[in-house]
Design a protein around this ligand. Sequence first.
Ligand SMILES: [Zn+2]
Length: 321
Amino acid sequence: MIRLSKKREMGSMESYRGSVRLIFSGYFLLLAFASISVPRAQGWSKEGHILTCQIAQGLLEAEVVEAVKSLLPEYAEGDLSSLCTWPDQIRHWYKYRWTSPLHFINTPDGACSYVYSRDCHDQNGVKDMCVAGGIQNYTSQLSHYTEGTSESPYNLTEALLFLSHFVGDIHQPMHVGFTSDEGGNTIELRWFRHKSNLHHVWDREIILTALADYYDKDMSLLLQDIVANFTDGIWSDDVSSWKRCNNVQLRTCVNKYAVESIKLACEYGYEGVEAGQTLSDDYFNSRLPIVMKRIAQGGIRLAMILNRVFSDSQRGLALPI
Ligand SMILES: [Zn+2]
């Protein structure tokens, strides 16, 4: 069975692009994004993180670009996105196994709500051990950067990589999912013709299908579309509200991102899905815009946090400690 006939493929492509793709008008931004290299290696569930970090990197102030570069290992050549999947690669290593609960939040089944004091803990009830706690913790660690990396009690390179990764994770709706199904991980189903699960559909399948159907498997073209949408497209009026985090605790902003995710998980992730069923065109077409928007929001908000942490002119984000 062909997933999309040529005609239908063009039709859905037109409607998707017609509604969300606009001309890339910001020359400065174009230059900034053009300098981002295409990822060298891709693997399981990497694309969303790479895109989030590429978007963020294109929005960093000049002095922040330098700070980020100084914390990255030399082989990264200043490209944050090349290491944004590192926390997923090491989470099962003995040394880092404790970081595993920092990638997600389990919320009460069916509640469709998130409350930090109720939900941000690991399975043993240890407080702050969730993705929202991780973002706050690593942002606080990075705020010591101005003291000099050699003086800091923290490993600021790791802090930068964890923060950049977790801001991506908290925007993936199924990373703030129900406890009993582990954010959709135990809901086994088919994605078109192959076996998958609901969590993985949101982590990767929707992005891979979009890349194959619309972008000739070229992530830089997908990145261009997402950037065009918030630079001069359907989301351009929303950007200021997405990154607004003024005069409030970072915790308040991070909690807002988690609330958005669980609401999207209920409204679009779990909605109409049962274990064993096959998800295909209808689910893909209706959920792809949500995935693109969450990647954009994650990138814009990561840039906001990094700019505030590292830039003298913008410092002032109230940190949790
Ligand atoms: Zn993760």
